[in-house]
Every structure is written in C-alpha cells, then in structure tokens.
Design a protein around this ligand. Structure first.
Ligand code: GLU
Length: 268
C-alpha cells in the first residue's frame, strides 16, 4: 500500500555527495535532483536537507584533508555551501524546478519567535512551489558555542520534518538501512526492514546516542528517526546510490529500514 507522502523531507550526507577527494559526485547529485523534481512535479512538497558544505569546500580548495581548526572549517563551509547551491540550482533548474537556500542554527529552532519565522518561511517557499535546500549555518554555528550548534544534519532533518509537519523523512546514506549487528564486523548481520519501537538494544547496535556528533553515523540517524517517530512522522534510512528507489519506498515496498510512526501508513 502506498505511503502518505504529500510532504517529504529528504536528507543526504557528505559521503553521498562527494568522492574521497572532496570533488562532487555529479552523477548521483543529478539523479537525486531528477527524482526530487519528478516527485515535486507530481504534486508533492519536497525539502532537501543537504550536508556537504565543508566537504565540498575541501574539494574546491584542493586540500588534502578536512582541517581540525574551527575557523578553517567555517571558512570552508562558506566556500562549499556556495558551490553546493550552485550545483543544486543548476540541476533543479535543468528539471524546471526552483530551489532556495535555508541555513539554520539551533537558536532559530529554540527561540519560539524565530522558530515561527522559520516555519513561515518554509510554508511560503513550499506554497511558491520551491524546493528548499537546508543546511546548518556552519559559518556561525560552532561546537564551542553552547546551545547554538545542532551538530549533525540527521538531527537537523528530523527537526525540519517536525517543524513543517512532514509525512515522511527519508535519510539517504551509504548503507541500506539499520542492521541487527555491525555489518562491517559480522558478515551474517541482517538488515532490519521495519522498526516500530526504538529499543535499548537498537541504540547499542547503532553505537549509543551522542557518540557521533557531526559525523552522521548510525547513532545520529537513529536519534533522527526517534525525533521523527515521536512527532508522528514515518522515517526511512536507505541507500543513496539509486535515488529512484524512493519511488519503490513510497509505493510501500521493502526498502532500507522503515521506522513506522503508527497511524499514517500500513507498512508493518
Ligand atoms: N553541516 C555540515 C556540512 O554541510 C554537515 C553536518 C553533517 O554531516 O551532519 O558540511
């Protein structure tokens, strides 16, 4: 049975957008923009939460590795975010869709007045048939500034999904869902197709909450799924390499790991 998916938040991470040298995976990005444009053309409202600002900045400046220094990371994010939006604007434009950049900090969500403004901006953009592309405002939000930093885009995507009352959150990543054991250590690890309850043992498999700040490991994805389910929003963690599989997911097929928030769908 098809899933309720009128309003969808899709999150994509740096490893799905860039090669190891920091250059962009243009084929993947184009394929994603095509699917999202097509879903948008079919009448759905789409928000893309995209990482990659720092990673793309590293590639654009030809650096050997990601720096540790905060000021440098922030400067790279400023360079990379610009390049990211250039590419999204181009690819969405190629498929006759409009895009817009929304950069957020934790303050924008925590302060009720600012939160309302952000909410209004999203609603207006969606009503104007625009596909917003969201990232944390990395040039101003740093670890040291307590309370200002969301830290990872998995969490950001769940916050955005809750804010705009989405029907579905799709987290695209480099594994095809959650496994019952660490698949890199256990060859017999099995993908978990549906999760209805985030248990302690699941958190243990994912690596414990809060251990992957800013890197977007499975722990932050599980945390995002938790926020999403608590807001009554279904969530799916699935592989990013073939974005066309989002169509299968929306048709209710067994793709990735589906977190059933209850009430809004029939997939169990
Ligand atoms: N905002 C960061 C970036 O664009 C990514 C954070 C994350 O990967 O979760 O580089």
């Amino acid at each position: 049975m098809a899933l309720l998916s009128d309003k969808i938040v899709v999150k994509v991470g740096t490893s799905s957008l860039t090669y190891k040298n920091g250059k962009m995976k243009l084929k993947n990005i184009e394929a994603l923009c095509k699917v999202l444009s097509d879903l948008h053309n079919s009448g759905k409202q789409i928000i893309l939460v995209s990482s990659g600002a720092i990673g793309v900045g590293v590639g654009k400046l030809g650096l050997k590795k990601r720096p540790d220094d905060n000021a440098q990371k922030q400067a790279l994010a400023a360079v990379g975010q610009c390049e990211l939006m250039f590419i999204y604007d181009k690819f969405f434009g190629d498929f006759n869709n409009l895009t817009a950049q929304v950069l957020l900090t934790a303050d924008d969500i925590q302060n009720p007045e600012r939160r309302t403004h952000v909410e209004n901006t999203f609603t207006t953009l969606l009503n104007m048939d625009i596909i917003p592309v969201v990232n944390e405002n990395d040039t101003v939000a740093v670890d040291e500034l307590e309370g200002q930093h969301i830290g990872d885009n998995d969490t950001l995507s769940a916050i955005v999904a809750s804010l705009i009352k989405a029907d579905m959150l799709i987290i695209l990543t480099d594994t095809d869902g959650m496994y019952d054991k660490d698949p890199s250590r256990y060859p017999d690890a099995k993908r978990i197709p549906v999760i209805t309850d985030i248990t302690h043992s699941l958190r243990t498999v994912a690596g414990g909450s809060g251990t992957n700040r800013g890197t977007g490991g499975m722990a932050t994805k599980l945390h995002a799924a938790d926020i999403s389910m608590k807001a009554g929003i279904n969530c799916c963690i699935m592989k990013s390499d073939r974005p066309e599989r989002i169509y299968d997911l929306l048709e209710g097929k067994d793709i990735g790991t589906f977190f059933n928030a209850g009430g809004k769908n029939d997939r169990t």
